[in-house]
Design a binder for this molecule. Structure first.
Ligand code: IPM
Ligand code: MN
Length: 354
């Protein structure tokens, strides 16, 4: 099969972890006789430096010409500490999501048996955890009206949702629940927010179309709490953009490191795959970042964008093997055990696939 993949390494550790996903994907392509055409393009702070904007039209063209996008990370500290910056790397990511119509962000949280004791939570609370957030990605407070008033002394951001935006996200949630344990949790703040009441009303009205799915409605603050108490009690969760941003970061570390969880952003023809972690500026260029979240994002890409399930499963198997064998980066190291470099983990994974 011919696979055209736009490669957006981005900022910080993005290029380093993307390199490992490329190695692994190339090894998979060789083994299963696929031809991958990698199509690199600029995004983030590196794109601002090169052409003055974080998601240039030329990059959008590359994405449109691809079958799938593999993305690293975006962000640079020099913008974080400058609230007055006019152009920010993150704007590139938001523009890309919007222009590619990626309205649903699929963010799983699962555990690896060999890492159970690396989790900040106790074993009995996380064993069996296998949940998926569907985070709405192109609406809400991220894209609502915002600004300043009163000579700059008042600021506002607005959270707006339409019924159809909620429906299309919820539909994916119901459909995903049907393929799993048929449990769906709608996360909102309907006791306070009008937009959340529209979420709840909309999801309630869809229940009759999926009679087998058991729907629970929970407030976001309670979910934040229960996620660290009993993460293994959840299955599929749907929520709006900002709640999803926060809860998926919280959930992602349950597995033992922030460097482990992959994600997919879907909506229209072209899907995007990226690690949940960010650009990790402190580690940039040191060859120490954990590449597994990006490698597992490539596995999701093989499965979801190309229907190549055997390929995805093999990547997962090799990743499990690397964890069991202790071929891991320093974030997963105990005591005096040897920490492997980012590139060494990638080399190991690729060699095992061959
Ligand atoms: C994420 C990130 C982004 C977001 C930032 C970089 C704009 O935190 O993908 O979760 O808030 O959506
Ligand atoms: Mn985030």
């Amino acid at each position: 099969m011919k696979l055209k993949i736009a490669l957006l390494a981005g900022d910080g550790i993005g290029p380093e972890v993307i390199d490992q996903a490329v190695k692994v994907s190339d090894a998979i392509a060789k083994k299963f006789d696929h031809q991958i055409e990698w199509m690199p393009a600029l995004t983030g702070a590196v794109a601002i430096d090169a052409v003055g904007e974080p998601y240039p039209d030329s990059t959008h063209e590359v994405c449109l010409a691809s079958d799938a996008v593999l993305f690293g990370a975006i962000g640079h500290p020099r913008f974080d500490n400058d609230p007055s910056a006019k152009v920010r790397p993150e704007q590139g990511l938001l523009k890309m999501r919007q222009k590619l119509g990626l309205f649903a962000n699929v963010r799983p949280t699962f555990t690896f048996p060999s890492l159970i004791d690396k989790s900040p939570l106790k074993r009995e609370r996380i064993e069996g955890t296998d949940l998926v957030f569907l985070r709405e990605l192109t609406g809400g407070i991220y894209f609502g009206e915002r600004g300043r008033k009163d000579d700059g002394n008042t600021a506002f951001d607005t959270c707006t949702y339409t019924r159809s935006e909620i429906q299309r996200l919820a539909k994916k949630g119901f459909e995903l629940a049907m393929t799993r344990s048929k449990k769906l949790c709608c996360v909102d703040k309907a006791n306070v927010l009008e937009s959340s009441r529209l979420w709840r009303e909309t999801v309630q009205s869809m229940e009759k179309d999926y009679p087998e799915v058991e729907v629970a409605y929970e407030f976001v603050d309670a979910v934040a709490m229960r996620l660290v108490q009993w993460p293994n009690s959840y299955d599929v969760l749907i929520t709006e953009n900002l709640f999803g941003d926060i809860l998926t970061d919280e959930a992602s570390v349950i597995s033992g490191s922030m460097g482990l969880m992959p994600s997919a952003s879907v909506g229209s023809k072209i899907s995007l795959f990226e690690p949940i972690h960010g650009s990790f500026p402190q580690a940039t260029g040191k060859d120490i970042a954990n590449p597994l979240a990006t490698v597992l994002s490539a596995a999701m890409m093989f499965e979801m964008a190309f229907g190549l399930h055997e390929e995805g499963a093999l990547i997962r198997k090799i990743v499990d093997q690397s964890l069991e064998e202790g071929i891991v980066t320093e974030d997963l190291i105990e005591g005096n055990d040897k920490a492997y470099k980012t590139s060494e983990v990638g080399d190991y994974l690729a060699s095992q696939i061959k």
